[in-house]
Design a protein around this ligand. Structure first.
Ligand SMILES: [Zn+2]
Length: 486
């Protein structure tokens, strides 16, 4: 009965109070993920009583250096060692876990980098431990120590008392003096593989009664980029949003990665040159408050993956059904078209960096890619099928994008967007809007428009929408006239 209650408390109730990272921090060598080459060696040293006096743990953030250091600090002092692992139950282990055992000192060299901090340690090491067998010093980010501090540390490392162990941890071992390096047993921690991260996250979710999709696990491990700590903290955020079932979209939502459906739809629409849908979807993304730069970056990545599929290369970061959709898009586009879109999207990305009107640049940029591609197609006599009428000049869009932001057309189109008249907006992008005499505003078309555009423009509600936008921009009653609508 007692056990059941305890389990419930630890497993479910406490979830909202204790961060997963702390709750599932490895407390035994066998819990440390992806670093078996290190933990096995250290365990053998402990079993055979051949522990060193100075260790250097190097490796990327979140790879398990500090956790391993803490386990080692307990293992050398544990009263009931089990197969080279600390028991985590004896008084020494319990105090060490609570952080109240004064024989184990953790120091962050980033904030204690002076010679005085190391001198304190030098004086202290002369005394025998109070309770434990060894005094253990864990110095994190050790490359941050000042030169004076390194020299002071070196003196201790040259002749360490038998009851002292130093564990130095760093993300940048190349910044350490060779004199220090040569005194330490060095262990290099690897980036943790995606597979290992997925496995560990799955274990944590099972233990915590959290449902999570396989795709969501993959996405998190992808984002964590080899750092288990980051992976767990993303998972933590997902759970704390009170998500009973964590889907890939929950992860995307929380981390700002655009929804897969949006990305795939946009890829398809661009390659199909479906301007209307592009405008519609762009609006949705902007309204959703997504970071357009992140979206564009993800879009470029997806286009690259489509190109990879066309080149018959294997890509692994997708679920089966996602891959099937990408393959479908790849099958109906040409290599040249995809490559062209990637180049143009990259250009758009750099153009957006310098603009304060990112939404507009993004949207018009995407449309321009379609129009330019059509122009390209027009010159290409071998291409039979054309999906969009060539009634527009891409050059005009450039003019529009670069146009003086005080321009009447810019203001009218912005107003239409604000009013949610996106289709009307898209139909007017390639026109000129000029104010003539007698309060008459001219919307001037250039060349032939397709039947659908024409029908839309002739609708009363379209005319009213345009008139409303023009009047609110001009601040006076005006009439609107279409010129050259053929
Ligand atoms: Zn113990």
């Amino acid at each position: 009965m007692y056990l059941t209650v305890l389990f419930l408390y630890n497993g479910v109730r406490s979830l909202s109070y204790i961060a997963l990272y702390r709750k599932f921090r490895p407390i035994k060598f066998s819990d440390v993920v992806g670093q078996e080459h290190i933990t096995k060696t250290i365990r053998n040293q402990i079993i055979n009583n051949r522990v060193g006096h100075a260790y250097l743990f190097s490796g990327g953030r979140g790879s398990g250096k500090t956790s391993t250091a803490k386990i080692l600090a307990r293992a050398v002092n544990c009263e009931h060692l089990v197969d080279g692992e600390p028991c985590n139950e004896c008084e020494i282990c319990r105090q060490a876990i609570e952080g109240s055992l004064i024989d184990i000192t953790e120091m962050d060299a980033a904030s204690n980098n002076g010679v005085d901090n190391i001198r304190d340690i030098r004086e202290e090491v002369e005394f025998i431990p109070t309770k434990a067998k060894y005094r253990v010093y864990i110095i994190d980010e050790v490359h941050m120590l000042s030169t004076g501090a390194f020299n002071a540390l070196l003196k201790t490392l040259e002749e360490p008392p038998a009851h002292v162990i130093f564990i130095l941890a760093t993300t940048e071992p190349q910044k350490l003096p060779t004199t220090i390096l040569s005194r330490c047993q060095r262990f290099d921690f690897k980036r943790i593989s995606q597979n290992d991260i997925v496995k560990r996250l799955k274990y944590i979710c099972d233990e915590s009664n959290v449902n999570i999709e396989e795709n969501a696990l993959k996405m998190i491990s992808n984002l964590a980029d080899g750092a288990m700590r980051d992976a767990i903290s993303i998972l933590d955020r997902c759970i704390s949003e009170d998500n009973e079932n964590i889907t890939e979209n929950v992860v995307r939502e929380l981390t700002g990665v655009p929804k897969f459906e949006y990305l795939i739809e946009m890829s398809e629409m661009i390659l199909d040159k479906n301007i209307e849908k592009i405008v519609e979807l762009s609006e949705k993304i902007i309204v959703d408050g997504k970071d357009i730069n992140v979206f564009l970056w993800e879009l470029i990545k997806m286009m690259r993956d489509i190109l990879m599929l066309k080149a018959k290369c294997a890509i692994t970061s997708y679920a089966e059904d996602e891959l099937a959709k990408l393959q479908m898009i790849a099958d109906k586009s040409t290599k040249e078209d995809v490559a062209y879109v990637i180049t143009e999207l990259s250009n758009l990305e750099s153009k957006m960096k310098w603009s304060s009107e990112q939404g507009i640049i993004f949207e018009t940029g995407l449309i321009k890619i379609c129009l330019d591609e059509d122009k390209k197609a027009e010159n290409n006599s071998t291409r039979v099928e054309k999906k969009m009428p060539i009634n527009t000049q891409a050059k005009q869009l450039d003019t529009f994008v670069n146009e003086d932001k005080e321009g009447l057309k810019y203001k009218v189109l912005t107003k239409l967007k604000e009013n949610g008249k996106i289709v009307v907006y898209s139909k007017l992008i390639n026109t000129k809007i000029e104010k003539g005499q007698d309060n008459l505003v001219h919307i001037i078309f250039d060349g032939q428009v397709d039947a659908f555009t024409k029908a839309t423009l002739q609708k009363d509600e379209t005319k009213i929408a345009i008139k409303e936008a023009v009047i609110s921009v001009c601040g006076e009653d005006v009439s609107v006239k279409y010129d050259n609508l053929k």
